[in-house]
Design a protein around this ligand. Structure first.
Ligand code: MG
Length: 251
């Protein structure tokens, strides 16, 4: 767990991060509202690019370690880092859309998994449990708590419902960089790691698998899928740590 240099944001930075989060929530809201069967994952990327231009922000992922697209789109067994392509989205699919932006030199990052039409009841349950798990984590994200209280809350809620959390990818601090310290695993014992302080900004992002927790990377070098081919879901918010409930910047 990398926790060495957790930056406390000053008021001016918090103000910028609030604006960045607001813009990002508008962008992902519009993507969510227009996503339908028949679109390709590349269509979502094109729309995201247009929305980012409209709001005057830059895509955070494009070129990041060579990532070739504006956003990540991961369908069904896709966990994270899916490269948008010609794949056609069909009814019954679940589509994880992960969007990062740069606004005024600051980063914001959010993800949501969107069901296309009615999905089977077990997938519906996976969606509900995973989104609730994100909020269980956010409940623990307050000044005075330990970092791993977030991890433990996410993992225990997910496992109580018979699903598993991905170990290979974790949440992160965010601000002047897309990925700042600390790393935030979605698993672990409570009361470990650094104590959270007012002014930290964290991207909390449970990735939850219907089957086993293991993942593999496809030959494109990016797209992460579940090893057992079962569905996976991803929800992410950036939050500001305070002495009370965390402020969700990307809502
Ligand atoms: Mg992230």
């Amino acid at each position: 767990m990398k926790t060495n240099h957790i930056r406390i944001k000053d008021l001016q930075e918090v103000d910028i991060l609030r604006k960045a989060g607001k813009i990002l929530s508008l962008i992902i809201g519009q993507i969510k509202g227009s996503l339908t069967a028949g679109m390709t994952t590349k269509d979502i990327d094109t729309q995201a690019q247009a929305l980012m231009q409209q709001y005057g922000v830059k895509p955070a992922f494009k070129g990041y370690r060579g990532f070739p697209a504006n956003i990540c789109v991961s369908v069904n067994e896709g966990v994270v880092h899916g490269i948008p392509n010609g794949r056609i989205i069909r009814n019954g699919d679940i589509v994880s859309v992960d969007v990062g932006i740069i606004y005024d030199d600051y980063y914001s990052d959010t993800a949501v998994t969107i069901p296309i039409g009615p999905v089977n009841p077990q997938i519906q349950k996976l969606l509900e449990v995973s989104e609730a798990a994100l909020y269980k984590g956010i409940e623990q994200a307050r000044a005075g708590q330990h970092l791993s209280d977030i991890s433990y809350a996410v993992q225990s809620y997910v496992q109580m419902h018979g699903f598993s959390v991905v170990r290979d990818f974790v949440g992160h601090g965010i601000g002047r960089q897309l990925h700042e310290d600390p790393e935030i695993p979605n698993y672990g014992s409570p009361h470990q790691g650094p104590v959270l302080k007012e002014g930290m900004v964290l991207a909390i992002e449970p990735m939850v698998n219907m089957g086993g927790h293991r993942t593999k990377v496809l030959s494109d070098g990016w797209t992460v899928v579940t090893e057992d081919g079962k569905p996976s879901v991803h929800f992410e918010h950036c939050v500001l740590i305070t002495f009370k409930e965390a402020e969700i910047l990307t809502r």
